[in-house]
Design a protein. Structure first.
Length: 91
């Protein structure tokens, strides 16, 4: 559960995980399990990324507060490309 050294925060880590390990989509539980961060921190970052329009959030139909899954959108893919370049320059 080690975050690459070129990733600076949980927001970037979630983008990286979505693109590199989860093929663009994951549940918050998957992110919690893989990242090692607690659920509250992950949900806060998901909110940040949603406001940045870097991910799409699919919510439960009956309980809108419950997040079923998240997925990358074009802005998130752009951020991932920037992270890949940053990581490539440090290797």
């Amino acid at each position: 559960m080690f975050m690459p050294d070129f990733i600076r925060n949980l927001d970037e880590w979630i983008i990286w995980l979505l693109a590199e390990e989860f093929h663009g989509e994951a549940t918050p539980e998957m992110i919690v399990q893989r990242s090692g961060y607690d659920e509250e921190q992950v949900l806060q970052s998901i909110g940040n990324l949603e406001r940045m329009k870097a991910i799409r959030v699919t919510r439960n139909v009956r309980q809108a507060i419950k997040i079923e899954k998240i997925g990358l959108v074009p802005e998130g893919r752009r951020i991932h490309a920037d992270l890949s370049q940053r990581g490539g320059s440090r290797l």
